[in-house]
Design a protein around this ligand. Structure first.
Ligand SMILES: [Zn+2]
Length: 300
């Protein structure tokens, strides 16, 4: 790397007493929370919500690249050659998790062979996985782990652990930042719990079953229009209409990454409306707050 060579060259011209002085400053810096200066850590993440988490924990120390572009659906995403090239110069890749997004595992293998120094970390390590709720996931693992404050806490800890392992001098900085962000997650979790407790009807109708973790955490029943990963049949649509009528539901939630056609048909049948919610929004915590309010029937 030319930068390193440059640095080595300038070091030769620095008098010894100045070097000792710098060393003492560096030593005293260990106990403070101020990050060390130096090259920032190049981090790659799969989706936008992870980018908010990494920036919250890594602060000034990280430079974040998001692999799946905004508006693109990650389940069937195929990374381009330019993604692979960018990952060759990346220090850490926080994947969503092993066996969760098909492209991640293939990509990790390729990147690991090209870039031997990269740390590939599983962001959802230690998260309790829900099986069988998402037809898009061939292994049966529900990939939407980030859509739950409970899981987000664990993910943030994993991110702090990953950054610390490649940059241990700044361990205290990462821990401190993670703690602050987790406090925000805790506050949101408490707010959603309260909101949901005040909502007697906790059934949601969605186009794509992305909210299983959220539903588990807040005792919500998720009814998905999409069935077995295919376009719903007339019978599937009728079944959802029946549930909506029985439970007096007038809102059908659609995701910007999926067709709203069947949702529109259902909304018309029940004299209701469609509301867009985005599971991949970049303003992660604010978005969860917004979606929870919509689930609780508080239309923003
Ligand atoms: Zn999904």
């Amino acid at each position: 790397m030319p930068e390193t060579r440059e640095k080595r060259k300038t070091m030769k011209h620095i008098p010894a007493f100045l070097l000792i002085f710098a060393f003492v400053i560096a030593l005293s810096g260990c106990t403070s929370q101020v990050p060390e200066t130096g090259d920032s850590i190049k981090v790659a993440v799969t989706i936008l919500p992870q980018a908010e988490m990494v920036r919250a924990v890594g602060g000034d120390r990280v430079d974040v690249m998001v692999i799946v572009p905004p508006g693109v659906e990650p389940h069937t995403y195929e990374p381009s050659a330019s993604t692979l090239i960018a990952l060759e110069k990346t220090d850490v890749y926080f994947k969503i998790g092993n066996g969760l997004m098909p492209f991640e595992d293939k990509l990790s293998e390729k990147v690991g062979a090209l870039n031997r120094d990269i740390l590939i970390a599983d962001t959802s390590d230690r998260v309790t996985i829900i099986y069988g709720s998402d037809p898009d996931s061939p292994a049966g693992k529900d990939p939407h782990v980030w859509l739950s404050p409970v899981n987000a806490r664990i993910m943030v800890e994993n991110i702090a652990g990953g950054l610390t392992s490649i940059d241990p001098e700044n361990a205290a900085y990462y821990e401190d930042n993670a703690g602050k962000y987790i406090a925000k997650i805790d506050a949101l979790d408490a707010k959603i719990k309260k909101e949901m407790n005040e909502t007697p009807e906790r059934t949601i109708i969605v186009t794509h079953p992305a909210w299983s973790y959220f539903a588990r955490d807040y005792a919500i029943k998720q009814v998905s229009i999409e069935s077995e990963g295919k376009e719903p049949t007339a019978r599937d649509i009728e079944a959802v209409v029946t549930i909506a009528r029985q439970r007096n539901i007038s809102v059908v939630f659609v995701e910007p990454q999926y067709s709203a056609r069947s949702a529109e048909v259902i909304a018309e049948e029940i004299n209701g409306s469609i509301v867009i919610i985005d599971p991949l929004a970049g303003d992660y915590l604010e978005n969860l707050d917004r979606v929870a309010a919509l689930f609780a029937g508080k239309h923003a």
